[in-house]
Design a protein around this ligand. Sequence first.
Ligand code: ZN
Length: 617
Amino acid sequence: MPTSAAAHFSATYRVRAHCPEGHLFAVELRLDDGPCGRRRLSLPAWCPGSYMIRDFARQVVRIAAQDADGRALTLTKLDKQTWELDPGPDAALPLLVQYQVYAWEMSVRSARLDCTHGFFNGPSLLLAVDDLVGQPVCIELLPPSGAAYAYWRVATSLRPLAAEPLGFGTYQADDYADLIDHPVLMGRFDLATFQVRGVAHRFILAGRHRCDLPRLERDLARVCEQHAALFGELPLDRYLFLTSAVGEGFGGLEHRCSSALLCSRDDLPQVTAAPDVAPGEGYRRFLGLCSHEYFHLWHVTRIRPAALVAGGLNAEVHTRLLWVFEGFTSYYDDLALVRSGCIAPAAYLQLLAETITRVLRTPGRLVQTLAESSFDAWTKFYRQDENGPNAVVSYYSKGALVALALDLGLRQGTGGRVSLDDLMRALWRRYGQTGIGVPERGLEVLAAELSGLDLTDFFARAVDGTADLDLEPLLAGVGISMRLRPPTGPKDFGGAVERFAPATPAPSLDLRLRPGTGDAMVENVFSGGAGESAGLAPGDQVVAVDGLRATASNLERLVAAVPADTVLRLHVFRRDELLELTAIPRPAPADTCELMLLTAVPEHVYAARTAWLAGRS
Ligand code: ZN
């Protein structure tokens, strides 16, 4: 650390990838000035963008403090995440707090380190100093020692102070909130760069892969441009996608100037594929993830719920608005793919139909409102158990459908004058550009103000009620026909069709099996269904149906083979005890959505559809 650089900062963090084999980061926090009295140091209990208590401090394995002369200082632990540093009367500055953090979680939210790469999200590693949280700080990043690590590079959106591009060295942050908003990846990785509205964007890819980076670069640039066009500006001077490719994985976390992504390497566009082939299911999912996190750079990291602006990271912060922030983002993530031309309208309808199906297959939607789901995210949505589908509705999926209903409703109610795009721009101007938090009813007020429509009943039903949204007439207004039918099998998630085929409901036990096992292990039993009436429970292993051996692959077939309302004899292991139950399968519910793009539609309907899918009011 050059002393000239350190002199500007009252706190300096030095993070070394200390022991890749033991998965340990070593952090040294140096306090150069400020009051020499007692001060509190803490790690956050949760990280922005992920509403669950994670108690990052549990991974601190040792911590100690000393002064500039090497004298040990008293560091007292006050609670699960807070320490009090007492330098005493004679401590020589600077004070040094040294600690190690165990880092071995493959997640975008925490930290990991081994001999292939290192990654950390600030809240999991960097202590806050209570009297310095508003002060500028700097952070020095150091590689593991040894020749094997000589080719490691660094990717972060932190602003360099004394570091080469992609190099280890010193970076700076405006304050603690800024410091922990730039995840860091170190190791060997590949890199693609592109420009959006003159702003440099970098895409970092770590992990083994065969990704067609030029293709990804081209598609990502179109998606990012689409979002920038929606909001009318790109409020940053750099952006970074930090991606780790693994065998099986999916996740993303948004930040103001970057996003951390985890994906399956098979979801990346492969170099072997023909360059112009339409994105397959996996690549569409990955592009959707990038699109989602990028949209958050406006909506969540700059347009923020007032509760989160005022909140803090030491305990849960409650808002009823996550359906606006995650739901609307989920709506726009896929919509941007079709608007940017990365996928065709039929492919978009496929995604939309799957979302509708997912919501309709959640009995919890009839129990929990979107506002409640948002409020209780900490203990319900993020901590779902086997009863989750019966008790919880996703503010992502149902929130996306409310966004769709609001968008089409606004367009139809105002004769095409106002759309959800206008509402997003108004949110941006009123709350994003000003930094003022969105009040709990802020979006509803703004929507009414902008459109002149009375939307009280819509929001009461969609957000504070549990009735299903009436999407069919809204979709008809843009020339899309919607139908619900029973599923044809376990891999039927609905989709886009060219014509509606007849469908007959097969008898069903209305349950879901645990994936990835050959045995018929029950994962969920849906409320009010035939499985629940029979007395089946999550964790049961169904071993026979009417005396015939049942497995994960044939259970559904065995049940569907008999007429509905026939009594079936089930043999089931619960824990280690064999039970005999009787079940009366019922016709599977019509919970599978099909959407059809109508070709012969009146001109005004065609114009409305084109405006919607092209992103015009
Ligand atoms: Zn999100």
